[in-house]
Write a protein that binds this ligand. Structure first.
Ligand SMILES: *Cc1c(COP(=O)(O)O)cnc(C)c1O
Length: 366
């Protein structure tokens, strides 16, 4: 089966520069979508076909479409950034393409070839490049996703799927500066178990997280921290972001630890990029494990000095304070840590083209 090329059928009435300008002045997050979308169909026996870029529009689907009932669906998230020379570049789209294939395998879905995934993202960014914001900290967020489109309620893998890419302009996640978050250690709910779907980017993981997030909010916390499902003590992730722990005080050699990928964590592209960037900056970097008792004890002892979360949406976010049913504690003075902010800056400078890109992470679109 051959890889299809994307047929371009752009909109004959895209929004005016004035309408776009009004949206870009206050884009919010995931509220206003660009003028186009890409869609590619997959059918058993035929493979990928009917790849096209079309005007953004609602879908009409049968009520018995499998996805609506059995959640055979996966997604990705990546960003396109305006570069100083006026061009646009996406950050590591090949890494998202590979993770999308891994998610597809776990969910018994067809694997979209990585070059087609990247070509679909490129086509959308090229046609909607006027939607890439250029204010500080903003970017065009791309949402590739795929879902089962077969109609029928028998439980088995669908024999047809729709892959799509849509995009929205995203303001800086935290307007007015980087604000540390407070976290709730979830001991009632778990996100993932070994053998489950924790390492796949699939909608069901998110649906299952909402009650825990509501519980965290009920305890006055911004985000939930997930612990391992067996012993309920090994730290895994925060909401939909990976976590990093920074040891050592200012002036000392810093050591940075992130929970290892045990199969229950989502392997973040940001997490992976920071492993490399932190080494480049001379930090001792480790993938390992940390328990909630270690976390509390090492903060009290002053050896664990900063904690931060990372992901495409919010880049790097300091964790200011922690609460559980039994205890609560604060990191340093509760403000953003020095290492946290240094790593954040280093990553953002690569993404926005203000620093060199020695690892070839930026995919330039001209
Ligand atoms: C997407 C996601 C992340 C972050 O991944 P990035 O590739 O860095 O954006 C972390 N945890 C979960 C559960 C996620 O879904």
């Amino acid at each position: 089966m051959t890889t299809p090329t994307i047929v371009l059928k752009p909109s004959s009435n895209p929004r005016s520069a004035a309408e776009r300008g009004a949206i870009l002045a206050d884009p919010g997050y995931g509220r206003h979508f660009t003028d186009h979308m890409v869609q590619i169909r997959w059918t058993e026996g035929r493979g990928w076909h009917d790849a096209e870029l079309v005007p953004y529009a609602p879908l009409s689907i049968d009520p018995a479409t499998m996805t609506l009932h059995y959640a055979q669906t996966i997604f990705e998230g990546l960003k396109a950034y305006k570069q100083p020379d006026g061009t646009v570049a996406t950050f590591r789209p090949d890494a998202n393409a590979e993770r999308f294939r891994a998610s597809a395998r776990r969910m018994a879905m067809p694997e979209l070839p990585a070059d087609l995934f990247v070509a679909a993202c490129d086509a959308l960014v090229e046609h909607d490049r006027a939607w890439v914001p250029d204010t500080d900290g903003s970017a065009l967020y791309l949402r590739p996703f795929m879902f089962a489109t077969e109609v029928g309620l028998g439980v088995r893998p669908s024999n047809e799927f729709l892959f799509m890419v849509i995009a929205f302009p995203a303001a800086a996640y935290f307007a007015g500066g980087v604000k540390p978050v407070s976290v709730w250690l979830s001991e009632d709910y778990v996100r993932a178990v070994k053998g489950g779907t924790g390492s796949a980017k699939t909608g069901g993981n998110y649906a299952a997280s909402l009650a825990a997030q509501a519980q965290a909010a009920g305890h006055g916390c911004d985000q939930v921290v997930w612990l391992d499902a067996v012993e309920r003590r090994w730290v895994e992730e925060m909401g939909a972001m990976n976590l990093y722990f920074v040891y050592g005080a200012e002036g000392e050699r810093r050591r940075i630890l992130t929970p290892e990928l045990t199969g229950t964590l989502l392997p973040g592209v940001t997490r992976d990029s920071l492993l490399t960037l932190a080494r480049d900056l001379g930090y001792v970097v480790e993938e390992g494990r940390i328990s909630t008792e270690d976390w509390q004890r090492d903060v009290a002892a002053g050896t664990l000095t900063e904690v931060f979360a990372c992901g495409t949406a919010a880049v790097v976010t300091p964790v200011g304070s922690v609460k559980s049913a039994k205890a609560s504690w604060v990191h340093g003075d509760g403000g953003p840590g020095e290492v946290t902010m240094r790593l954040r800056k280093a990553l953002v400078e690569v993404q926005t083209g203000r620093a060199a890109d020695p690892h070839g992470w930026m995919h330039r679109l001209g």
